[in-house]
Design a protein around this ligand. Structure first.
Ligand code: PGA
Length: 245
């Protein structure tokens, strides 16, 4: 899967013009799933522009309640109703700036699954963790905190994204080897907790400064099942060249 996370960029009009170009550029890409995750207000424009294509639409966050007095929040049902199939959960920017914790990530993950959305659950260490040799401990804490409460059936429905925080938006991509090592930690966690079958079937995406010129090296690692792309997904030509690597 090649997924684009637009973060807080693009209006609905800009969304429509992205799709006008992007659709044709990825029309022959059948080797992977393609996903675009725009800001909430752009979801209907994106879903309508993606109709009749293989491009899926995802949201960047959700709230776990079905409805209620939760000013500013958006439920899984609303996201689905807007035409989404996927939702990003626990992105490091949400953990850093908006108080997201393993507990809220778990609740959001369950709400997404129960509503028929595929959650893309993000995990990953900060630079200080890596420098203190705590990378593995942090990845395991994110996995255990957010995923251990899931049933095997629920776990089978999630996608995990490994996103080292020091590589996000910095231009510093993890080397393919560093990324693959982290993916192995996640897969081993999945094996111990949910069994070999679940671990083998789990898709793990890498995210953090994925660009057209480094995507091939990353995808050459058998451990890496796709990419979650921020900055380089905003331009149709650049994201299409990542999809068509
Ligand atoms: P980036 O963002 O590709 O701009 O580093 C990745 C992400 O945050 O998902």
């Amino acid at each position: 899967m090649m997924a684009g996370n637009w973060k807080m960029y693009k209006t609905s009009a800009e969304t429509s013009s992205f799709f006008e170009k992007f659709r044709g550029l990825v029309a022959n890409a059948e080797h992977c799933e393609i996903l675009i995750c725009p800001p909430f207000p752009d979801l209907p424009a994106a879903a309508s522009a993606a109709q009749g294509t293989r491009i899926g639409i995802g949201a960047q966050d959700l709230f776990w309640a079905k409805e209620g007095a939760y000013t500013g929040e958006v439920s899984a049902g609303m996201i689905r109703n807007a035409g989404c199939t996927h939702v990003i959960v626990g992105h490091s920017e949400r953990r850093q700036y908006f108080g997201e914790t393993n507990e809220t990530v778990r609740k959001k993950t369950v709400a997404a699954i129960e509503t028929g959305l595929t959650p893309i659950v993000c995990v990953g260490e900060m630079l200080e963790h890596r420098e203190a040799s705590q990378t593995e401990a942090v990845i395991l804490d994110h996995c255990e905190g957010a995923m251990s409460g899931l049933t095997a059936e629920q776990f089978a429905k999630i996608i995990v994204a490994y996103e080292p925080v020091w590589a996000i938006g910095t231009g510093k991509t993890a080397t393919p080897e560093i990324a693959a090592d982290a993916h192995r930690v996640i897969r081993e966690y999945a094996r111990k907790t949910f069994g070999a079958g679940a671990a083998g079937a789990l898709r793990i995406l890498y995210g953090g400064s994925v660009k057209p010129d480094n995507v091939r090296g990353l995808m050459a690692q058998p451990e890496i099942d796709g990419a979650l792309v921020g900055g380089a997904s905003l331009d149709p030509v650049s994201f299409a060249s990542i999809v068509n690597f």
